[in-house]
Design a protein. Structure first.
Ligand SMILES: [Fe+2]
Ligand SMILES: [Fe+2]
Length: 401
């Protein structure tokens, strides 16, 4: 791309850095060429739960409450449903994250378009946002159909939501914290739309969040990728694979923007450094917990108790009130293989986030070391659950079930 002759007052210009520009171009071109939108839309249209309810949608270890007392005592057909419910719950979280991504892709593109030569970055983000809309549509279509068939009501799904809602669907929150989070997200949106550094820095947070997704989604996508029966494999497994392909490009673009494009901008001011680090700190707080119910999503299990209770009382498990409570006690307050696996994923996430932040110079020590996130432990988890579960049992009236 030809450098504007009027760009001389800009210290560093993206098109003058040909290797960065070229990498952006290649990533965008390859994503356009491989774009899975049509395949994902067609798969979502063709989905019928009855057609694939007798098969696993990803490997057994990615099942709801895998490796807990519930899993150990479940029948073959109950295990299949727990496998499907993992898919539903997992992608319900991805829907929420991607709704926020669409909004911040747009505010960041607005912030970056104020620089010379940033059309390529903005076009790339436009493509990614339109892909996210197809992903959300497919996840929502399947998740809602499954819950309707199994329970006749919502368990993990929710109606379309605003990008300012809590990104973590099951978070350690209350109305005051949620409102505060909403104000923070709205402020960051406004700031990033008018500030190139913060717009660019959003991709550090997006990169970390996508890295978390990649850890698990790579394994989910492998179920299809390594299958010899690709034509007959369940549609949700196909969607996991296509989604992973699209997201690989999104992760590349996050990395190029947050690691390299950022060097084409002026160094951050103290205020910009502060806001950027607050964003990463927020990400650490969001990813502080790990869940015995779902490996790879950092949900706060006490926020999930009601859903798990409903699943246990549904005709799928047909537990009595006291059996359901006893099973929840065993699943959430005792050490299990499932809990250790989830903790291991959390540990891998911490290590990969540290490596991702390593080349960036403006990061605070507490973020560089992921000190908030890595301060959680199995011991703390169990202590928290014992307290929260007995409180849940005490204050909830279970007669309506
Ligand atoms: Fe996506
Ligand atoms: Fe994405």
């Amino acid at each position: 791309m030809k450098t504007s002759t009027f760009a001389k007052d800009i210290d560093r210009n993206i098109s003058e850095n040909s290797s960065v520009y070229r990498r952006l171009q290649i990533n965008y071109q390859r994503n356009r060429k491989q774009d899975c939108t049509e395949l994902i839309d067609a798969a979502a249209r063709a989905f019928c739960y009855q057609d694939c309810q007798d098969k696993y949608w990803q490997s057994e270890e990615f099942s709801l409450l895998y490796g807990t007392a519930l899993w150990e005592s479940a029948t073959t057909s109950q295990k299949l449903i727990l496998n499907h419910l993992y898919w539903v719950a997992y992608y319900c979280q991805i829907i929420s994250a991607e709704i926020a991504t669409i909004y911040f892709n747009q505010t960041s593109a607005a912030g970056l378009y104020a620089e010379e030569d940033f059309r390529l970055v903005c076009d790339m983000l436009d493509l990614e946002s339109s892909q996210e809309r197809a992903h959300i549509h497919a996840f929502k279509t399947i998740a809602e159909q499954v819950e309707k068939a199994l329970f006749g009501k919502r368990i993990f799904t929710y109606p379309m939501r605003s990008p300012f809602a809590e990104t973590m669907v099951f978070a350690d929150t209350n109305p005051f914290k949620s409102r505060w989070k909403q104000l923070q997200l709205q402020s960051f949106g406004m700031l990033s739309a008018g500030n190139s550094f913060l717009a660019c820095q959003y991709f550090t947070v997006r990169g970390i969040r996508t890295l978390n997704g990649k850890l698990v989604q790579h394994k989910l996508s492998n179920f299809y990728h390594s299958s010899d029966e690709k034509k007959t494999i369940p549609i949700p497994s196909q969607i996991s694979y296509y989604h992973f392909l699209d997201e690989s490009f999104h992760f590349n673009s996050s990395t190029i923007i947050s690691h390299d494009v950022i060097n084409c901008l002026k160094p951050p001011t103290k205020f910009e450094t502060w806001v950027a680090n607050l964003g990463i700190k927020g990400c650490q707080q969001d990813h502080y917990h790990f869940s015995a119910a779902i490996n790879g999503i950092f949900w706060y299990d006490p926020a999930l108790y009601r859903c798990v209770y409903e699943i246990l009382r549904s005709p799928i498990f047909s537990c009595s009130n006291s059996d359901a409570k006893q099973m929840m006690n065993r699943c959430f307050t005792e050490e299990s293989e499932g809990l250790h696996r989830s903790f291991q994923t959390h540990f891998e996430a911490v290590e990969s986030y540290k490596a991702y932040l390593e080349p960036l110079t403006y990061i605070w020590k507490s973020n560089r070391e992921m000190s908030t996130m890595s301060s959680n432990s199995i011991e703390k988890y169990l202590k928290r659950q014992k307290k929260a579960l007995s409180q849940f049992m005490r204050i909830n009236d279970f007669d309506n079930y």
